[in-house]
Design a protein around this ligand. Structure first.
Ligand code: COA
Length: 201
């Protein structure tokens, strides 16, 4: 579990599936996160997926919770993969619509980077985002990701083809800006608390 700013990233529990069911059947959430607004997933499928994901060491799956009221407000994931000797974490997140545009996405992305590089010693993180998801691009770039590739016309959404953008950040790039980004994204008080917590030894 990791607490950072006003949120915590904790393990999924069976009880979270009712929220995930709502989020993964929501038109706008799936439009932006998957490029699949028509996504329809049953509770049975989610239960099966939950059982598989729980045992999968290569998938670090989190529920994002508001610390103040312990409310589940979204999900976050790091999918681990090796490219030869290079250890990569592919990250993803979505938030309940009610919480969009309040600065939480940047905190989640920072948390996923810190987990990947400061806690897990990965070499690189990457993320995919569809062409029209300008908010997500802004969040990734604000956290230090660079847009380093394009999968041209690889998604078909609402009547036309779209590019998928590929973003990445290397461990050394993140470590060079880590404390600056923590201060920038969390604000002074939360940043100092988090930096001191993560400098304990
Ligand atoms: C993407 C998501 C996680 C971001 O979280 P969030 O809390 O809404 O984002 P934040 O408030 O931290 O930051 C949003 C940034 O994008 C900017 N932004 C918002 N809409 C924008 C737009 N249409 N064009 C450009 N920038 C935009 C905001 O101004 C803000 O930047 P700033 O703080 O520098 O001004 C969240 O919106 C979400 O769950 N969206 C649906 C699912 C999704 O897109 N998942 C990501 C898939 S890659």
């Amino acid at each position: 579990m990791l607490e950072i700013g006003t949120i915590r990233l904790r393990a999924w529990e069976n009880k979270d599936l009712e929220h995930v069911y709502r989020w993964e059947n929501d038109f706008e959430t799936m439009l932006y996160s998957r490029g699949k607004p028509e996504n329809a997933v049953s509770m049975d499928t989610l239960n099966e997926r939950y059982d598989e994901d729980r045992k999968n060491e290569k998938r670090k799956q989190y529920i994002v919770e508001h610390i103040a009221d312990n409310k589940a407000i979204g999900t976050a994931v790091i999918r681990l993969d090796d490219w030869g000797d290079v250890r990569i974490g592919n990250i993803g997140t979505y938030l309940d619509k009610e919480y969009w545009n309040h600065g939480i996405g940047k905190v989640i992305t920072l948390a996923l980077l810190d987990l990947s590089f400061y806690f897990m010693n990965l070499d690189k993180c990457d993320a995919y985002s569809i062409e029209y998801n300008k908010r997500a691009h802004k969040v990734l770039e604000s956290c230090g990701f660079k847009r380093s590739g394009i999968h041209r016309k690889s998604g078909y959404v609402l009547g036309r083809r779209w590019d998928w953008y590929y973003f990445d950040i290397l461990r050394e790039e993140y470590m060079a800006i880590r404390e600056k980004k923590i201060r920038e994204i969390l604000g002074t008080t939360d940043a100092e608390r988090y930096i001191s917590l993560t400098n304990k030894v």
